[in-house]
Design a protein. Structure first.
Length: 74
């Protein structure tokens, strides 16, 4: 396995499920899933499609869950 790692920013979608995106030097990968398991499969598929012709493919994919938490100030 190589050391190339992609980091996807994952956020809960307003309508349910999750969205994920990853900025790359040569573009952008974005996808979504109705569940965490579906999102993982969709991310793998999107990465495989993006790197189908690339000589070097990512060795790891990191899903970084970002979730807003709102606290009462007082």
């Amino acid at each position: 396995m190589n050391d190339l790692e992609l980091v996807f920013r994952v956020r809960p979608a307003e309508e349910g499920g999750f969205t994920a995106n990853c900025r790359l030097p040569d573009g952008f990968i974005a996808t979504q899933g109705d569940s965490w398991e579906e999102l993982e499969n969709m991310v793998r598929d999107a990465v495989n499609c993006h790197f189908a012709e690339a000589p070097l493919k990512p060795g790891r994919i990191r899903l970084h869950l970002e979730e807003d938490r709102i606290l009462e100030a007082a």
